[in-house]
Design a protein around this ligand. Sequence first.
Ligand code: ZN
Ligand code: ZN
Length: 141
Amino acid sequence: MNANDYIERLKAREIKPTAIRLLIFKAMANQEEAFSLSSLEDLLDTVDKSTLSRTITLFHKKKLIHSIDDGSGSIKYSVCSPGCNCSINDLHIHFTCTKCKRTFCLTHIAIPKVQLPPGFVVQNENFVMKGLCNLCSKIAT
Ligand SMILES: [Zn+2]
Ligand SMILES: [Zn+2]
């Protein structure tokens, strides 16, 4: 993405592209794996912590990023694909590596459809697989 792409991505989610928001979004978009608030704090140590936390909340509310509960105890986030509306049909599988502790979006793998008993209405899905990532599995063998 170039500078203009970042601005357009924020505008598409009705977020005013201020300099600080662009800085934070750029840092997020360049992450290969899902990030937590504390990992972003480490990465952007010049940014005020409450600004960072408020920006994450805003980005999440506007569906620029989605949250992942990978069972690590801290909520992780990842940038949504441009067309994502975070609806059930947009959700994908996440993978947490038990060795390097990184969590990845497997954006091309949709969550399998599950037949629920009558009367059960799904509102959200959190599908997290655990194991070794492609790098750690190489080291293990
Ligand atoms: Zn790993
Ligand atoms: Zn994801």
